[in-house]
Ligand binder design. Structure first.
Ligand code: CS2
Length: 461
């Protein structure tokens, strides 16, 4: 079962599962995909019997393929009982999820489930669950009552310790139920459910109308659920399964006891530079990530952020060659055929910068160094927030961020105003004069000197 049937899940988890079946001959598997807030993908896949195409773009691209590992697609919004029944069904062995950072409903101040969130409260009160954690917990509650056997929940989102975190949130949901429900569920979870950590990687842009037409020309059929992706794909999984699973290792997944290190490296190197390119690109009018990284100054800023700020804060996983990894990341960004937009990567910044950039910044400041390049990325994010209309700012905290901003917007007003947002910056970071100074410096260059000022400062600074 997969919760969050977006383009990424189709181009990654579904492909890995199909490849595992092909390579191992164990074809006993099929995925029930669940869409979350929007039912679009369920509506697209249903008349196609779950079939869809994956088009790889860039050098080394494999030919167009049809993927058949999704056997059922349901709308979680419209059909919550079906979701619970599926989690509880004895033939369900693994629940994977890609619901993005905001889908976990974490209270940033406590790092655990936000029980004040309206949807979480409704799920706890016993309404048909609408949050991913509510769907999992209610499904597991029914599974426990039906004695339907152990299950493994595999988070595939870009969050540090994503498995541990998901386990913590599900247990927090269970514990927040009335005692008569909470006690049996909490102890059943302990004995029957595992939450392995994973690191997933593949760049998957949003499918465009042009992509659908191109697939139709090549395939001779209209595929409304087509996805495009880069050729690269990677999955590192902790070998901590409470139940049967597909032989993903036969499809190239790496089973490792060092997943936390892989995830930290990916977040602080790949995702951090991705966000940096998105916000610098947006400030300079670049539409795609490949356009942004083609700007020499931005490429330099990414290289220096990875080498000087991020790498010294990371304990590298065994088998990772950091120079080769960073070079490969930058060449993947440069893939001109992918069309990954700066707007898409720049969306939900309030949910991403803490994990990707502030983690590096905190560790760098603690070590007595200056997080110069990571601060540039955060300043570029601030500029994006302050220069985008509320309705156009694609971020769950858009209203809160804009309410914090003064009407006259420049480095001296925007930086302190956004630093006061406690759901993003903790008190320690907000009060750090050196960090505020770096942000103000970079913000004013972006704001008053634009691309030329950035080129000048990055290349000669
Ligand atoms: C991107 C990621 O949209 C984003 O924030 O940084 O989705 C990125 O493409 C993937 O993590 C790559 O594996």
């Amino acid at each position: 079962m997969h919760l969050g049937l977006g383009a990424f899940a189709r181009a990654h988890t579904a492909v890995f599962t199909e490849n595992a079946m092909l390579a191992s001959g164990d074809s006993d598997w099929g995925i029930t995909g669940v869409t979350q807030r929007s039912d679009t993908v369920a509506r697209q896949l249903a008349p196609q019997d779950g079939l869809f195409t994956v088009t790889e773009r860039g050098s080394g691209a494999a030919p167009l393929r049809v993927v058949s590992s999704i056997v059922e697609a349901i709308s979680g919004r419209d059909n919550p009982a079906a979701v619970i029944n599926r989690v509880a069904a004895p033939e369900t062995s693994v629940v994977t999820l890609t619901v993005t950072e905001k889908g976990y409903r974490i209270d940033p101040r406590t790092g655990t489930l936000d029980t004040n969130d309206g949807l979480v409260r409704a799920d706890l009160a016993g309404q048909a669950p609408q949050t991913a954690i509510g769907q999992i917990a209610r499904g597991l509650q029914q599974r426990a009552r039906a004695d339907a056997g152990p299950l493994t929940v595999v988070s595939c989102d870009n969050l540090p310790g994503n498995g541990e975190l998901t386990g913590k949130l599900v247990r927090a949901f269970a514990a927040a139920l009335p005692a008569a429900e909470a006690d049996p569920l909490v102890s059943w979870l302990e004995a029957n459910v595992s939450f392995p950590n994973t690191m997933v990687d593949r760049m998957v842009p949003a499918t465009t109308a042009g992509d659908l037409d191109a697939v139709e020309r090549e395939l001779g059929l209209r595929d409304e659920a087509a996805v495009v992706a880069e050729p690269f794909l990677q999955w590192v999984i902790e070998d901590n399964f409470a139940s049967r699973r597909p032989r993903w290792e036969d499809a190239g997944a790496l089973f490792s006891s060092d997943v936390a290190a892989w995830e930290a490296a990916k977040l602080r190197l790949l995702n951090a530079s991705h966000s940096m390119l998105a916000y610098l690109g947006l400030a300079a009018g670049k539409t795609t990530i490949s356009d942004a990284v083609a700007e020499d100054a931005f490429l330099t800023a990414c290289r220096r952020m990875m080498a000087e700020d991020a790498l010294p804060t990371i304990g590298l996983p065994q088998g990772m060659d950091s120079d080769a990894y960073c070079a490969q990341v930058l060449s993947r960004f440069a893939n001109p055929a992918l069309g990954h937009t700066t707007a898409k990567v720049g969306s939900d910044g309030s949910q991403k910068i803490g994990l990707r950039l502030l983690s590096t910044i905190r560790a760098t400041l603690d070590a007595g160094r200056e997080p110069r390049w990571a601060a540039l990325a955060v300043a570029a994010w601030m500029h994006h927030v302050a220069s985008t209309h509320t309705a156009e700012l694609n971020d769950p905290l858009a209203a809160e961020l804009h309410a914090a901003l003064p009407s006259s917007r420049n480095a001296a007003t925007v930086v302190p105003a956004l630093l006061r947002c406690r759901s993003i910056f903790d008190g320690g970071l907000a009060a750090h004069d050196g960090f505020a100074g770096l942000l103000t410096h970079w913000y004013s260059i972006i704001d008053t000197h634009g691309l030329d000022g950035l080129r000048n400062e990055i290349n000669h600074g």
